[in-house]
Ligand binder design. Structure first.
Ligand SMILES: NC(=O)c1ccc[n+]([C@@H]2O[C@H](COP(=O)([O-])OP(=O)(O)OC[C@H]3O[C@@H](n4cnc5c(N)ncnc54)[C@H](OP(=O)(O)O)[C@@H]3O)[C@@H](O)[C@H]2O)c1
Length: 263
């Protein structure tokens, strides 16, 4: 059975910008009630205002401001979602994420810990706490926003790649565990996306940049993600460049090593 956004209850993390914000707008346009969470209150206020003013659609945004690595914030997100319709949650989108660029040897322990806290531990614990309510959901879906770098690692992004590989492994394992509950786990792996992601890199020297083979706007990533959720797909890899990287690596890892300069 397909996931229907109409009258659904969704949680979207990282809702203040980029892919998360676009996903919130799409879900509201299709009639979902969206608990939208991030740290920047003014951005969430703007999101609420734009959905009210533009009569974007029949759905609504309920903002929850806070740092997702704080267990109290995660609890509040779930409590707010559960108040909408007696403890039912239909969709959880684990989207909030951060990155860094630069050699592992020169980086701090804090950089590793911060990236793993936001990209891995926080979404996993949010997922664990949501499960009882997702079991009551309608064709429920957990959508994890990974990365093509969770399929093929590259130099100078070791912590980020590790966090996205971890999310990939978790998604595959959880999907199998939840088959009997009819909860789908959809892993979406974008490649470079033109969001604010590169403005907030952790502990990264100015001037560090990222190579990309074609990038997508966040609106397109969000549209493709929502289509994957509606079809309840297990995995999607976005963009031609992303597919080329992942599939070439699966077929011929030595060739990809040569391209990336790995001996
Ligand atoms: N951009 C890319 O090239 C790219 C490529 C592949 C995958 N992705 C993945 O796509 C996802 C979304 O990224 P994006 O490109 O849309 O970047 P973005 O515009 O920087 O959005 C990141 C979101 O995460 C939130 N966030 C960060 N730390 C948080 C924390 N501690 N607690 C709560 N919220 C937090 C930010 O909100 P606040 O700052 O307001 O808290 C923001 O809403 C991430 O998981 C990223 O890894 C991005």
């Amino acid at each position: 059975m397909r996931f229907k956004p109409e009258n659904s209850i969704a949680i979207v993390t990282g809702a203040s910008s980029g892919i998360g914000k676009c996903l919130c707008e799409l879900l509201v346009a299709r009639g979902a009630t969206v608990v939208a969470t991030a740290r920047r209150q003014h951005r969430l206020d703007d999101l609420v205002q734009s959905t009210l003013k533009s009569t974007l659609g029949p759905g609504s945004i309920i903002p929850v401001v806070g740092d997702l690595t704080d267990p109290m914030v995660r609890r509040k997100v779930i409590d707010v979602a559960c108040q909408v319709d007696g403890g039912r949650i239909d969709l959880l989108i684990n989207n909030a994420g951060i990155g860094a660029i630069g050699p592992f040897a020169d980086a701090s322990a804090e950089r590793l810990r911060q990236i793993m806290e936001v990209n891995f531990f926080a979404p996993l614990e949010l997922t664990r706490s949501c499960l009882p309510f997702l079991r009551k959901g309608r064709s429920p879906v957990i959508c994890n926003i990974g990365s093509v770098l969770g399929h093929r690692a590259v130099p100078n992004k070791s912590e980020y790649c590790a966090s996205k590989f971890a999310m990939h492994g978790f998604s595959d394992s959880l999907r199998a565990e939840l088959v009997t509950d009819n909860i789908q786990v959809t892993l979406v792996s974008p490649s470079t996306t033109r969001s604010e992601f590169f403005d907030s890199l952790v502990d990264t020297e100015a001037g560090q940049s990222s190579k990309s083979f074609g990038s997508w706007p966040p609106e397109k990533v969000a549209r493709t993600t929502l289509a994957a959720i509606q079809a309840r797909r297990s995995e999607v890899i976005l963009s031609l460049g992303g597919k080329a990287l992942v599939y070439a690596d699966r077929i011929a890892p030595p060739i990809m090593n040569a391209i990336l300069g790995v001996r």
